[in-house]
Write a protein that binds this ligand. Structure first.
Ligand SMILES: O=c1ccn([C@H]2C[C@H](O)[C@@H](CO)O2)c(=O)[nH]1
Ligand SMILES: [Zn+2]
Length: 130
């Protein structure tokens, strides 16, 4: 199971810059070659300019040269579980598949496993156009 992915998300959460919401989040992505890319939310005094942990992790993955997400873990300090927000679901969908597992974690480990299509059903896709 995804213990290393959970640990990477938990460590990333400790690096969050969340002085405004005080809601640190960590995310970790395992790319197709097995490499783990992690990220935390990074807020800004100009509130709309902050972004999510999942988005930081995706950025790391892309800059690491990877393009395919095999699995994702997300953890927040203050909620039992933190499913990715709508924007991050769409960003993840660019690099993941309908069946890609997303592990929703608390401080003890993975509490719930869902797939991307559970979170983003009827998603925008080229085969839905026209
Ligand atoms: O899935 C989520 C949901 C929220 N946040 C961040 C955004 C903001 O910094 C803080 C409060 O919403 O949590 C994430 O990083 N990931
Ligand atoms: Zn988000």
């Amino acid at each position: 199971m995804a213990t290393d992915l959970f640990e990477a998300a938990r460590k990333a959460m400790a690096l969050a810059h969340a002085p405004y919401s005080k809601f640190p989040v960590g995310a970790a992505i395992r790319a197709e070659d097995g490499t783990i890319y992690a990220g935390a939310n990074i807020e800004n005094l100009s509130f709309p300019e902050g972004w999510c942990a999942e988005t930081t992790a995706i950025s790391h993955m892309i800059m690491g040269g990877a393009r395919k997400i095999r699995e994702v873990a997300v953890i927040a300090e203050k909620l039992p579980l933190c499913p990715p927000c709508g924007g991050c679901r769409q960003r993840l969908s660019e690099f993941a598949e309908a069946g890609t597992p997303i592990y929703l974690c608390d401080e003890t480990g993975v509490r719930k496993t869902v797939t991307l299509s559970d979170l983003l059903p009827h998603s925008f896709a080229t085969d839905t156009i026209g």
